[in-house]
Structure formats: structure tokens, C-alpha cells
Design a protein around this ligand. Structure first.
Ligand code: UDP
Length: 482
């Protein structure tokens, strides 16, 4: 349903690509429906945002300064610029100083008669709740995670753990959730079980969690057909009957629209797309794509093992290496030059995953990467990397819950993380995913999920309907109808 031209909304992403990108995607879905979207960001994040929103006429940017904090390196305005994850809490803490300029944006909008129907805020920016309350604007929270992992994290932090005995066995049972896999201690994001209230990050989790459950609603980048079974359990943790809206996969709205034709043409000019076109049997799903997102830091030894593992597996590959300092083992580049493409810059992951030459994705299982992969029907080789994140849960969900991928064995018998996964393991798993029977089955499952994902955002699909419903509710809210 086309919205009346006067509806405005504010989107305030957290400054990490994995959190920002999905909100830019959904901002386009709102803009296409005629809403005017104001995205709030900081000076050094602005150009990335402009490049990703294709200068849509209904989307504008409001740039506010990122506070100077002595503990953070000069110019650091994105968590990808942090020299260490230990500074994450300092970064989140610093954002609190943006409250006044943020409220300045709201005041200006109201003064122009553009009072927003809601503020969609990342959950790390918990202080926006207070501002929204003062201005009487609904706050919708966004986590960048799926409904199942959110339900698990909420259960662990908000329900009394009645299962102490099984915890000793490393198995966790949650009374409110029927899980599609066995939950073990090692799957839980660091700090959630051994919660230390003196820890800075733990304090932030408490603060953000408090604001979270007091928000007007929740935006979930997922779809009913994938996670409908867990939405109820997740929603039950929120106050005031707040609802969770599964509107995803957000990026697929964009895929369906005319406006992206220009983006598609641009994609075809990328050197790696040209490289993919040249692969023998390029529509035969023979190439494996390797990337571990924007946050994970891999050691030199681990990068070397991946290099050898990929070489030994003998499948063509595209590998995005984030490290600026790693140099490939001697002679390796020369040996793999026909088969492998190593990229050091930002690569447009979606255009790679959507290419018919791609047959598998060796991934850290960030939620966005997972959604992108299954939406394109590409099975995953799951290798969770970041302990503080929910990547272990995502990996189990997709491999054991949906059968749409295989796992890289990355833990010992006691659940401990293996420091360096060896080349043989990597080689064997790549071969199995790309050429084995298990890989073939996983590809079928991924393709079936991909069809469901696209169906969800098509006209009258589950996510498309929920998006219309949300806009109706918010506009009725504004007009005093509810
Ligand atoms: N991404 C990309 N190119 C890169 C690295 C990442 O397009 O070279 C995108 C990727 O498509 C995804 C996001 O960045 O949308 C990463 O989010 P994810 O949740 O997968 O992982 P995170 O970086 O948050 O760990």
C-alpha cells in the first residue's frame, strides 16, 4: 500500500557494517512505499551509507558528530576501525554523547511538521529510548540477529536458569523453547552465562537489554517460514505487548525493484564478477566463496592454513582477506593463480553470492551473511569466529536445524575452541561441500530456503504483509487512531 506522502521516519543504525547494512536495506523498502526516511549517522560513515542507498529521493542523511574519546583511536567512528574488540564497550559508551545532537534532529523534524512515526534504533543505542519517550515517538529496536538466537539470549538473561544440573554436563535446556539442536555451553555468546556485573560489556548488555524490552516494537531481519516458530517466545520478553515484526530478508526488497537495475549494471563491471564469468562451467556452481565478515581477526597461522586448504581442495575460490598485513605463503599465489582470486578490499558480497558460478560459502555465520547465502540458494560451510556474538547459534541453526550447510570442526571434545584449524580439515570439508553427497543435499535445502525467502518479500508474502501492517499501525498511532 502506498503511504501518504507526509509520513516520515528516522533510522539510527549502529556504526558497524553488519548492523548498518540491513537497516539501509529496510530504509529502501520504506522509501519505495513512499515514506520519507531520515538516516542518522556520523561524518566518516556517511559516504558508505550514500553508496548503499543509491541516493533514493525519499532517503536523506542527517549527520551528527561522533564524540571524541581519548581511549579510542583518532577518527574511529566504526567498530570495524577498532584495534581490538576489548574497546567495544568504550565505543558503545561513547555513543551516549550523541544524545543531544540526536534530539536536535528530532526537534528540527517536529518544527518542520515532519514528526516521525517512529525511530528505528539499533539496540546498542539504548539511550534513544529515553529521547523517544520525551518526544512521544515510538522506538522500534533492531538487533541484527535472528529470532531464535534472540529468544535464546533473552531466555538466558531474563529467565531463572532452572537447569543447573544439565549445565554441568554442558547441555542447556530452556523451558520455553523447543530448539532444533542440542544447546551446549560452547554455543552461548561469551559473557551471557558467566555474567560478571563488574565487567563493562556486561553492564552495557544490561542497559541495552532494559531499553530493548521497553521499546514499542522490534524489527527482525528474518522471515516467518524460517523462524516463525520462535517469534512468540522472543516476543514474550517484551513489555506493553510489543510485537516483533519479521520483515526479512531486508535486502531482497531491493532486489525486486527497478531502481536497482543501475546497481546491477555497476556490479557487472566489478573485476571479480568478470573473473567469475570466466570460470570454466561458470553456471555450474563450482566456485567457493570465502569471507568472514567485517569483525573477525584471523591469525597469520590460520590464514596460511586456509590458503593451503583451499589450494589442496582444488576448487576455484574467491577469498576476501581482511588482514592488511598478511602475505600469502611463498609461491602460493603463483600456484593458485588460475583457480583462486584473493580480494583485499570491500567486495560486494551479494553480487558474488548471487552469481551462478558460486556453489558454496565458507562463512563465519554472521546473520547477514547467512541470510544472504540461503536467500541465493548457496549452502554454507559454517565456521563461527566471534565469541561475543551469536555465530555459533547461527551455525547450528543452519547446519543442524535446516540442513543447509556443513560445519567446519572448530571445537575440541571439551567444547574448547581450536586455535588453528588445519589445512586437511579445511580441504576435506570444502571438497565435501562442493562435490560430496552431503554437500549436494545441503545445496538442495539451501535452494528450497531461497525460494521461501524470496516468496516472503514478494507481494502478499509473509514479510511484505507484515511491513504494510507495521506502516498502518504506526500511521494510525500518529493520527491518534489507536
Ligand atoms: N560485506 C560485504 N563485503 C565484504 C564484507 C562484508 O558486502 O567484503 C557485507 C555482507 O554482505 C554482510 C555484512 O557485510 O551484509 C556483514 O555482516 P555479517 O552479519 O555477515 O557479519 P559481521 O561483519 O557483522 O560479522
Amino acid at each position: 500500500a502506498a503511504a501518504p506522502p507526509s509520513l516520515h521516519l528516522v533510522i539510527f543504525p549502529y556504526m558497524a557494517q553488519g548492523h548498518t547494512i540491513p537497516l539501509l536495506d529496510i530504509s529502501k523498502a520504506f522509501a519505495i512505499r513512499g515514506l520519507k526516511v531520515v538516516i542518522i549517522t556520523t561524518p566518516s560513515n556517511a559516504s558508505f551509507i550514500v553508496s548503499k542507498t543509491s541516493k533514493h529521493p525519499n532517503i536523506s542523511l542527517s549527520i551528527i558528530p561522533f564524540p571524541r574519546v581519548p581511549e579510542l583511536p583518532e577518527g574511529c567512528e566504526n567498530t570495524a576501525d577498532l584495534p581490538s574488540m576489548a574497546l567495544l564497550s568504550t565505543f558503545v559508551e561513547a555513543t551516549k554523547k550523541m544524545k543531544q545532537p540526536f534530539e536536535g534532529v528530532l526537534i528540527d523534524m517536529i518544527a518542520y511538521g515532519h514528526s516521525p512515526i517512529c525511530v528505528i534504533s539499533d539496540f546498542f543505542l539504548s539511550w534513544t529510548l529515553d529521547s523517544c519517550h520525551s518526544f512521544g515517538i515510538p522506538r522500534i529496536v533492531f538487533h541484527g540477529m535472528g529470532a531464535l538466537s534472540m529468544a535464546i539470549c533473552k531466555s538466558l538473561t531474563l529467565l531463572p536458569l532452572r537447569t543447573k544440573p544439565s549445565l554441568e554436563l554442558d547441555l542447556i535446556e530452556l523451558p520455553n523453547l523447543k530448539l532444533p539442536f542440542t544447546l551446549q555451553k560452547a554455543d552461548i555468546p561469551e559473557g551471557l552465562l558467566d555474567f560478571d556485573p563488574n565487567d563493562h560489556f556486561a553492564r552495557i548488555i544490561v542497559e541495552t537489554g532494559e531499553a530493548d524490552i521497553n521499546s514499542w516494537g522490534v524489527l527482525v531481519n528474518s522471515f516467518e517460514e524460517l523462524e516463525g516458530d520462535y517469534v512468540g517466545a522472543f516476543e514474550s520478553f517484551y513489555f506493553n505487548n510489543a510485537k516483533a515484526y519479521c520483515l526479512g530478508p531486508f535486502f531482497l526488497y531491493n532486489e525486486l525493484k527497478q531502481e536497482v537495475k543501475a546497481e546491477k549494471v555497476q556490479m557487472q563491471s566489478y573485476s571479480y564478477i568478470k573473473w567469475l564469468e570466466k570460470q570454466a562451467g561458470f553456471d555450474g556452481r563450482t566456485v567457493i566463496y570465502v569471507s568472514f565478515g567485517t569483525q573477525a581477526h584471523l591469525s597469520k597461522d590460520q590464514l596460511d592454513e586456509i590458503a593451503f586448504g583451499l589450494e589442496m581442495a582444488e576448487h576455484p575460490f574467491i577469498w576476501v582477506v581482511r588482514s592488511r598485513t598478511w602475505a600469502a605463503p611463498k609461491g602460493w599465489k603463483e600456484r593458485v593463480k588460475e583457480k583462486g582470486l584473493v580480494l583485499h578490499d570491500w567486495a560486494d558480497q551479494r553480487s558474488i553470492l548471487s552469481h551462478p558460478a558460486i556453489g558454496g560459502f565458507l562463512s563465519h555465520c554472521g546473520w547477514n551473511s547467512m541470510l544472504e547465502s540461503i536467500s541465493m540458494g548457496v549452502p554454507l560451510l559454517a565456521w563461527p569466529m566471534l565469541g561475543v556474538s551469536e555465530q555459533e547459534l547461527n551455525a547450528k541453526f543452519i547446519v543442524l536445524g535446516w540442513g543447509a550447510g556443513l560445519m567446519i570442526p572448530h571445537r575440541g571434545n571439551g567444547g574448547e575452541k581450536i586455535m588453528t584449524v588445519g589445512r586437511d580439515v579445511i580441504c576435506n570439508r570444502v571438497k565435501e561441500l562442493m562435490g560430496g553427497e552431503k554437500g549436494r543435499k545441503a545445496r538442495e535445502k539451501a535452494q528450497a530456503l531461497g525460494r521461501k525467502a524470496r516468496g516472503a518479500v514478494e507481494k502478499c508474502g509473509s514479510s511484505d504483509k507484515k511491513l504494510d501492517q507495521l506502516i498502518d499501525q504506526l500511521s494510525n498511532n500518529k493520527n491518534g487512531k489507536s
